[in-house]
Design a protein around this ligand. Structure first.
Ligand SMILES: Cc1ncc(COP(=O)(O)O)c(C=O)c1O
Length: 369
């Protein structure tokens, strides 16, 4: 059997029939950028996430940059975040002249440890970027409490968590502003790059809206701020709008797949994610923790099961962040996670026989099949 980590063709098949005539229409109309589909997508996702404002942009990385620019991040400002995330979470800060300040994760959910945030706050701290890693919401009550106490902005990197909810609050509605990615492998993945800024704050939305088009206000070629070009193409927005109604069902399937794995792997010497099905984890990735991680990965590869390592080198140990002065051993839980994490195929269209094969292969590795 051959099971890829994700099979994008299966999801595309669901929307192909409805999408193609719309793409033809866009091409014949030649309304190519920031048109009705961008507006439709913004409206749909703002409603879904429970915020009044959403703004499409060119990528999740740009969404982070726009969010920080909207907050008026200045050179020398410090931003607290996790070293166990995709590069863009911290590079967006550094690109704007800010200083990423890393705080270790909690080994249980691999999100930033709220108990360690306060000691990292200095007079230069402006914001906290939380990442709902792998689709699991951070402990936002504690993060928000700290942010309020110290007058800091909260940015949610929700690249991996669209649709995750705790009680009545959805990912994107906990902080001041949030950044979403539509990279093709995301839970709502596009037909190319794409991203979105979501916010409850009218002031931040207004700034982000201008910053997205070179800081232009309502008057063409009058630049109120130095912004960037981060517009989204209509064909991409159209594909995302077509896929969006499937998202709740797809997220539910991911949760069910995670619960299946947890049931079938529970007796093995493997750390499993919390798959209680509460909706605060939408399993963008299903990540297990294994001491003999690299051996298991090779074994599964030979069996035809593709797995992923998120992330093999934590951000504080990346060469380009050397100037920040961190060293190996600074963040124990993060470094341990980078050595023991393994993502299994979890995509919604995974067939029962494929899940059974993944489980059987892992059990074979441990000699318990
Ligand atoms: C946690 C996280 N932040 C930011 C990004 C950046 O998004 P993009 O690839 O759309 O620029 C990604 C996705 O790649 C991500 O997983």
């Amino acid at each position: 059997m051959n099971i890829p980590l994700i099979d994008l063709k299966r999801a595309y098949k669901k929307v192909e029939k409805g999408l193609i005539p719309k793409l033809r229409e866009i091409l014949s109309e030649q309304k190519l950028i920031l048109g009705k589909y961008c507006l439709e997508l913004e409206k749909a996702l703002a409603e879904f996430s429970g915020v009044p404002y959403a703004l499409t942009c060119a990528s999740g990385t740009d969404a982070l940059i726009l969010a920080l620019m909207a907050l008026d991040l200045k050179r020398g400002d410090e931003v607290i975040t996790t070293p166990y995330t995709f590069f863009a979470t911290a590079s967006s800060v550094a690109l704007l002249g800010g200083t990423p300040v890393f705080v270790d994760i909690d080994g249980k959910d691999m999100n930033i440890d709220p108990g360690l945030i306060e000691r990292a706050i200095t007079p230069k701290t402006r914001a906290i970027i939380v990442v709902h890693l792998f689709g699991k919401l951070c402990d936002m009550e504690r993060v928000r409490g700290l942010a309020e106490k110290h007058g800091l902005a909260v940015v949610e990197d929700m690249a991996q968590s669209l649709g995750a909810r705790r009680d009545d609050t959805a990912s994107g509605a906990f902080g001041d502003i949030a950044a979403l990615s539509f990279y093709p492998t995301k839970n709502l993945g596009g037909i190319g790059e794409g991203g979105m800024v979501l916010t409850k704050r009218a002031d931040l939305f207004e700034r982000a809206r201008k910053l997205r088009v070179h800081g232009m206000g309502d008057q063409t070629y009058r630049h109120e701020m130095i912004g960037i070009n981060s517009r989204l193409d209509e064909i991409k927005a159209c594909a995302l709008a077509e896929k969006f109604p499937f998202l709740p069902g797809w997220n539910q399937k991911r949760i069910e797949n995670a619960m299946y794995y947890n049931r079938k792997l529970g007796d093995l010497p493997v750390g499993l994610p919390d798959a209680g099905g509460k909706g605060d984890h939408i399993f963008h990735q299903y990540v297990i923790r294994v001491e003999r991680r690299d051996e298991l990965k090779s074994f599964l590869q030979e069996k035809g099961v593709q797995t992923g390592i998120y992330y093999p080198l934590p951000l504080h140990l990346q060469d380009c962040f050397g100037y920040l002065g961190y060293k190996k051993g600074d963040f124990r839980e993060t470094e341990l996670a980078s050595l023991t994490s393994l993502a299994l195929p979890i995509y919604p269209e995974l067939k029962k026989i494929e899940k059974e094969y993944v489980v059987a292969s892992i059990r074979e590795f441990f000699g318990t099949h």
